[in-house]
Design a protein around this ligand. Structure first.
Ligand SMILES: [Zn+2]
Ligand SMILES: [Zn+2]
Length: 179
């Protein structure tokens, strides 16, 4: 998923293509390998060039398999996003400037006339993912006592906790009577 800046025609470039989710594993350095699985990614892109500055408009549609942080079950999270991205050649930037702007996710740099699209697309997908994934707003989670998934079955822990309290009270009464 590379774009040669020299190949972008004056009237701009339009591309539509899909990538297998596993393809992104190859784009990323080892340390950034992801622990969720990405479905097929559909990409619709237009690129325009003004001088050496390239502006991208990208639409992404995909889905990600995540684990619900309440019930720990896997679920599929759909991702659909659109973004604009400005790229300038790296040789024109002084190092200081590079540091100042490197946090800005809507702009970046290209080197040797090549835009690495994989990294840009992947970053945008990551931005769409929830910090605390929840399979549904009504997810009941798991019982902290017995670990049962409360979306699938009811456990008796809540009731037993109440029973236990009554039992303690009853014993207390009995003890008192004996005195
Ligand atoms: Zn859940
Ligand atoms: Zn329980």
């Amino acid at each position: 998923m590379k774009i040669k800046v020299g190949n972008i025609p004056e009237e701009g470039l339009k591309l539509e293509f899909s990538k297998d989710g596993s393809w992104f594993d190859k784009v990323l350095p080892e340390k950034e390998r992801i622990d969720f699985s990405l479905h097929r990614v559909d990409i619709c892109l237009s690129a325009k060039k003004v001088g050496e500055t390239v502006s991208l408009e990208v639409k992404i549609e995909t889905a990600v398999d995540l684990e619900c942080c309440r019930c720990l079950e896997g679920f599929t999270f759909p991702v659909k996003t659109e973004f604009k991205y400005i790229l300038i050649p790296i040789k024109e930037i002084f190092e200081e400037e590079l540091e100042l702007t490197s946090e800005d996710l809507s702009s970046g740099y290209y080197e040797n006339d090549v835009i690495e699209l994989g990294q840009i697309v992947f970053e945008q997908i990551l931005l769409q993912l929830p910090l605390k994934p929840i399979c549904s707003d009504s997810c009941k989670g798991i019982c902290p006592h017995c670990g049962v998934n409360l979306n699938e079955e009811n456990c008796k822990c809540q009731m037993r906790a109440v029973d236990f309290r009554f039992a303690v009270l009853e014993n207390f009464k009995v003890l008192k009577q004996k005195q």
